[in-house]
Design a protein around this ligand. Sequence first.
Ligand SMILES: [Zn+2]
Length: 287
Amino acid sequence: MKLKLSSQEPIDACIRKAVAPVICYPPNKSIAAPMDDYNLWRQSIELIDEIIVPPREAKIFTVDAGYFFRISCVDGPQVGDLNLWSKNNLNEHFYSGKTRALYGTHLSIGDRLFSCFPYLRPLATITYDTLDWYGYDADGGSVHDVIGTRCDPYTHFLLSADEYHHCCHSNLTRALQKYTALSMEEAEEKIHDVLNVFMCTGFTKDTHQYFMKASPVRQGDFLEFFAEIDLIGGLSACPGGDCGSEHSSDVALCYPLKVEIYKPMQSLVNWQSPAPSSYSRNHRQQC
Ligand SMILES: [Zn+2]
């Protein structure tokens, strides 16, 4: 927070502040998803699996490349914290920071969830969002953010000296440990910053602090993805419920979420999984 002014303002401060902002990563054709194809394929899909994520717990699911998956609100308003990994390599996982830099603070249809370095390729693409009507509200808030990391027991302990074991970080750790048979410590190292599905968040206009408000999600809403590679997903039904009051406790009303896996009924013509980055990884200074 920048609430106090300690330094001397230069005489040309206004001029320096008035320069126009430049979008760091303007829309780029090379990473654009073939949405016409995806929209066609999603018209004929077959439900092949569904997983219920209990309140204040996480579940693991798998999706084959070229399949679709949906995260659905099936009861009261509930936020979900999503992790994604390559099915064949847990070291390749969702990179929320770079995805944010590419698309903005909140994601919707057409945005792609990129993986970490050195892979940096789309893991999944959002193909439908029943909450895209929400846009940005008067507070600057929106849904499906990539700014809020995930609730975790460390920050909670730091701020309250209280131990709580059902934060999304812990839920995802337990779920991945159970699925992979890694040790709890090894599994925890694979947990990463999330896509906050259905969560309504933003930054306050004065102090730019991270805020949350009650999610507008209602029963029947869903966020749909196209799996670009073979994926393992982890979804936690956040202990914050609709995240309209508090998280990291058992205070909020919490509800289950559902993950549905869909197989496309037609062959995906001229489509293949994106390859990992071809950057040489040279990193050397040029002579
Ligand atoms: Zn959470």
